[in-house]
Design a protein around this ligand. Sequence first.
Ligand code: AMP
Length: 219
Amino acid sequence: MKNIILLGAPGTGKGTQAANIVKWYGIPQISTGDLFRSNIRAGTELGKLAKGYIDAGRLVPDGITIGMTTARLSEADCLEGFILDGFPRSVAQADALDGYLAPAGRAIHVVASIYVEDATIVARLSGRRFCPECGKTFHTVYSPPAEGGLCTACGAGVAQRDDDREATIRERLSVYYSQTAPLIERYRAMGLFVQITGHELVEDTTAEMEAALKGAFGR
Ligand code: AMP
């Protein structure tokens, strides 16, 4: 069983690395941000509750987030392992996660955090675009969409996440440092923490992640 948490500020590449880990280990990626966004698109009550917080760059309240995440972790595909991408983001969420897993004899095995400097994060996120049709991601400078802002895969017009605007990015970073970063010490004390450097070349970050997980799991 491989139960992995990916920590790190927004824009450090957690989602990209989670997609790699899915391929290596065949365990599901659970992105709370993606779960919220699909609820918003589907117009659910949960989505309506979450939207204002997300657009403001703040955390969705713990009660809502914890319920949504533990419900997902209860599904059958998570029993052999999971990658939590974007959860926990507060001490209360980390406590709730431990309290949810322990009675079932489950636990977290590795907490990998990706470190990237703030200035790089702001540059990366403010240029980030995505295709609302097929989900492909772009960057205005590093991997631009086709002429006229069109998706290179399916031809739809690309879009920017509302929370990828600069003022919101800065708010998300400040929330990360005040509410999420304290979890680093918690997981370090538990002997679970590994730090990965987010390099300019994604392949370099991927190689570091792969080595760290192989070190932790022995393969
Ligand atoms: P992300 O896609 O991980 O950057 O998440 C986007 C937004 O969803 C965050 O800025 C928060 O508003 C919300 N969100 C995602 N995960 C959590 C969480 N664990 N706790 C509270 N809010 C969250």
